[in-house]
Design a protein around this ligand. Structure first.
Ligand SMILES: [Zn+2]
Length: 382
């Protein structure tokens, strides 16, 4: 047994012999699963601030929960100040999701129970072993090259040895999890475009010089940004499912509570997590129930009609607004255990689903939020 067991993880898989290559993106089990690999201590073992212990930021937490119930609502865009716990919230949410069954050694963590979604490598194997792994949260750094993001095809190896050599990128690692981009508004437009394409299709296709490889890449894209530091083009804004605002709390008791919890967590992470474990478990159960309920939850005609009238009143382009409104309202209803998708669900989710689709001043947060609120009042006559 080699000392570094991880180098064996992809035996049999052609990997580009690139000296700069990162180690094979096998997604290790997180804190909840046993970690059989010896060697360097994994950051996965570091405790995560419990999702249930986050104070305030209700809109952001709700948007992330909705995306966890139904990833097809599209990504979540989080606008707001630094240090408002955006990354903490995503990590906390991913940590409380149930560990996933994944094919051992698959760089994409294919789901053994869904052969239709399998990568080429898993399709070719007669026997697939399975393991539990944590839901991945992958950070996309601003300076990342396209190769690092989508993966790299080794053309030289392909031409000289006739082998298709692919080094999976960050999108491979993000499959079935979350892809987080801090300051997405500073990322190259074409990269954002590409990420949104992959997120929408669930497939990453890499093509170079007539060679092509496809692999599953289903993930929830979460982008954060400070609107004062660069704008996203309206065409890109519109492609995110939800847009939420986070702000530093301005009332004294909340601020004190935030600081107190953060301090308590840092002084005794294990104790703090234990104190919130039951609350986290309750959210996990609610999420699982919501996912199970979602397929059977119909949207009544009256709700659909109201969604359409809302989008007409606001003059949103295309039908994406209505589709997102319907899906998010349905996911919210599922999360709340409702029997039907009501106008109330629609009204509550409308600001997150529509504020970034308005034509004028899409980044004028207060303005667009107020406009959506007004349209909700008018159209839904509440
Ligand atoms: Zn696979």
């Amino acid at each position: 047994m080699p000392i570094n067991g991880s180098t064996q993880a992809m035996s049999g898989e052609p990997v580009a012999a690139n000296p700069l290559s990162v180690k094979p993106p096998v997604i290790r089990a997180g804190g909840r699963s046993k970690a059989p690999q010896p060697g360097p201590k994994s950051h996965a073992a570091a405790p995560t601030f419990p999702f249930s212990a986050i104070v305030g930021q209700d809109e952001m937490r709700r948007a992330l929960l909705i995306a966890a119930v139904d990833p097809s609502v599209g990504g979540v865009l989080v606008f707001g100040d630094r240090g408002t716990g955006k990354s903490t919230a995503i990590r906390g949410l991913a940590a409380l999701l149930p560990a996933m069954e994944a094919v051992v050694g698959c760089p994409y963590a294919c789901d053994p129970g869904r052969p239709a979604d399998h990568c080429e490598r898993c399709r070719e194997q007669a026997v697939l072993r399975s393991e539990k792994v944590a839901v991945p949260v992958v950070d996309l750094p601003l300076g990342a090259t396209e190769d690092r993001v989508v993966g790299a095809l080794d053309l030289e190896r392909a031409l000289t040895r006739g082998e298709k050599a692919f080094e999976p990128g960050l999108l491979a690692r993000a499959n079935r999890g979350f892809l987080y981009i801090d300051e997405v508004n500073l990322l190259d437009d074409h990269l954002v475009d590409l990420l949104l394409d992959v997120a929408a299709s669930g497939v990453n296709t890499v093509e170079r010089e007539g060679l092509s490889i496809r692999h599953p890449a289903r993930f929830v894209l979460v982008g954060s940004g400070n609107p004062e530091e660069g704008e996203l083009r309206p065409q890109l804004l519109d492609r995110f499912g939800l847009a939420v605002e986070v702000t530093t709390p301005t009332d004294l008791p909340t601020r004190i509570d935030v600081v107190r919890r953060r301090d308590a967590f840092e002084r005794d992470p294990a104790g703090f997590c234990a104190a919130h474990a039951a609350a986290d478990r309750a959210i996990r159960k609610t999420l699982a129930d919501a996912r199970a309920r979602l397929p059977g939850l119909a949207v009544p005609d009256a709700t659909l009609e109201a969604a359409a009238r809302l989008c007409l009143a606001l003059g949103t382009d295309g039908l994406r607004g209505e589709l997102t409104l319907m899906r998010t309202a349905r996911a919210l209803a599922a999360y709340e255990g409702a029997e039907t998708v009501s106008l109330d669900h629609l009204a509550r989710i409308a600001p997150s689903a529509l504020r970034h689709r308005l034509r004028r001043n899409p980044l004028d947060e207060s303005g667009s939020t107020a406009r959506v609120a007004r349209a909700v009042e008018d159209v839904l006559a509440r």
